[in-house]
Design a protein around this ligand. Structure first.
Ligand code: SF4
Length: 243
């Protein structure tokens, strides 16, 4: 059995979150957050953009979502598209063939089972094709304004472990561990802060610890090799995508 993680020092998570609130200002936001803001938190577009975003660079997700929504922006209009039309519109997102099938099936199920309205519970969202906990949590947070969820992708999973907030093997374990470790007020924004930091500074490979604004609050657990910082990390960052 795995050892439970040592307790996070009191006040450490709020200190990191407050500092990140300042530091992420001006950095490139994750694509789905931008789409949610642009589309006034439309649940359907947040859902589809999140489906497209898995394993895909943010710029590609944003461009593909924009092309798709220009043609169809409701479950009804997207369900009428052929899978190959959706493929063509969303290419080159990763796994575009599978995602096109899931997008069409999701539209059909929203129409058939939920009267064309994206459901607002975790249980219902998880019944839709291609929707896992990460997508469901993000839809609940960004589109349904839930304050009761934490969305964990591999950025959140990786950085929470590096920071010593959790000691977990999978994003789902991290999600549940974070509910226990973090005060509720941080739950809906952990994803935005850590994904933005993960895309710009605390990268999967060679994190920029030398220029990291929260380095004094981070034990850097599991970090073997860091990247070279020759100037401000926000200026040298090469954003990666959602994972
Ligand atoms: S100090 Fe390094 S490991 Fe810790 S958050 Fe910053 S970049 Fe990530």
């Amino acid at each position: 059995m795995r050892k439970p993680p040592p307790a996070v020092p009191r006040g450490r998570i709020p200190a990191v979150m407050r500092r990140l609130a300042r530091e992420i200002d001006g950095l490139e936001e994750p694509a789905v957050e931008k789409i949610a803001q642009d589309q006034k938190e439309d649940p359907f577009q947040v859902l589809i953009a999140t489906l497209l975003s898995a394993q895909t660079k943010d710029a590609v997700t944003h461009a593909a979502s924009t092309r798709l929504f220009r043609v169809a922006r409701t479950p009804k209009s997207m369900a009428k598209l052929r899978v190959r039309d959706i493929e063509r519109l969303i290419y080159p997102v990763s796994f575009y063939r599978t995602k096109a099938v899931h997008a069409k099936q999701t539209c059909e199920q929203i129409l058939a089972r939920y009267r064309g309205v994206v459901p607002s519970t975790m249980e219902e969202l998880l019944t839709l094709p291609g929707v896992g906990r990460k997508t469901a949590n993000l839809v609940l947070i960004l589109a349904h304004r839930s304050a009761d969820n934490i969305c964990v992708d591999t950025h959140v999973h990786r950085i929470s472990n590096r920071l010593g907030w959790v000691r977990t093997r999978t994003p789902e374990e991290t999600e549940h561990a974070l509910y226990a470790a973090a005060n509720r007020k941080w739950w809906p924004i952990i994803n935005l802060y850590l994904v933005t930091w993960g895309q710009n500074v605390c990268r999967p490979v060679h994190p920029l610890c030398g220029g990291c604004a929260i380095a004094d609050l981070c034990p850097k657990l599991g970090v073997v090799k860091v990247g070279r910082v020759s100037r401000r990390p926000d200026l040298q960052a090469r954003p990666s995508g959602r994972t």
